[in-house]
Design a protein around this ligand. Sequence first.
Ligand code: NAI
Length: 347
Amino acid sequence: MKRHKIVLIPGDGIGPEVADEVKRILDSAGAKIEWVERYAGQAALDMGSDVMPPETLEAIEHIGVALKGPCTTPVGKGFSSVNVQLRKKLNLYAAVRPVRSLPGVSTRFENVDLVIVRENTEGLYSGIENEVTPGVVMSMKVSTEKACTRIARWAFRYATHRQRRKITVLHKANIMKLTDGLFIGCAQNIHKNEYPNIDYQELIIDAGCMKIVQDPSLFDVLLLENLYGDVISDLCAGLVGGLGVVPGANIGERKAVFEAVHGSAPDIAGKGVANPLALLMSSVMMLNHIADTREDPGAREIAHNIRKAYDKTLEDGHKTRDLGGNLGTTEFADAIIERLNKHAGIS
Ligand code: NAI
């Protein structure tokens, strides 16, 4: 593998704990990465910086790839989400979150293999809220033809490249006739005019949720606007073992930030029990992205080895507590490294 500069934002809560283990595993796998550490959110505030320091944005703009831990957002008060700010400021318009069943992790379903594609820049996440008069507040849902078309085209292109068979749009256009109506209208256009060979389906999201939890095998790629994508990501995480095992990427033009779906998990932060797998899986997505965009097949090989090692670790019954095991964050990472070394004949 070539040597690559990557921005690392450790994040808040369990972020630094899981990021440390992911760095250690990547290093053991032979990934040659020069980490450029930058901060955002509460961690940045604690260091006396802005909540979203310009040098963090500049580093991602300049280097093009970042691995990010979760950042805490205060509920009902305080600063607006730095996660959302980052996606908007860098125009990381496509969030992609693969959800798959894992060996050794038994859940209600086997063979779940879904990909969530979420529009990442608008909808109710525009954060345009105001108090009309005391006791009356409102929040504005923004949908633009440009962003709806862009995400639909991205999802169909992704589905084509990954040999996926079907795209399902989950929406509420029966109630939000203009905003969600625009979203499905743009998806219909892209399907009809550019990708007629991919199956296309629309479902009203409430019934869609019921169908997903009844039989996830009915679905392949899910395409959603921002808020629905956020909620459905956690719902789908529940199908395969929880938030500890679902990775993600936020992709824009020539920039990508890889982060787990989970948040900073304040309930377990500092206890050494967080599952590092979701961030590790995100780093595997990152290595594959590097292989594609920086022409480095060595990065893909390392991604493949890491994936094999964590699958084997789970298969052998080594798990963190969220998956019903008893390993701490570091012990679980040790078990993965042991398997990586065995694979490389270093045991
Ligand atoms: P959360 O994802 O942090 O936690 C939900 C539940 O899942 C908790 O019980 C937690 O212990 C568990 N969990 C999450 N990740 C885990 C892991 N890796 N290993 C084991 N258990 C894990 O969601 P919550 O509590 O709603 O949010 C906490 C904070 O995180 C909030 O400030 C929120 O705004 C922020 N957040 C940040 C995100 C990001 O940076 N992209 C995404 C989601 C939430």
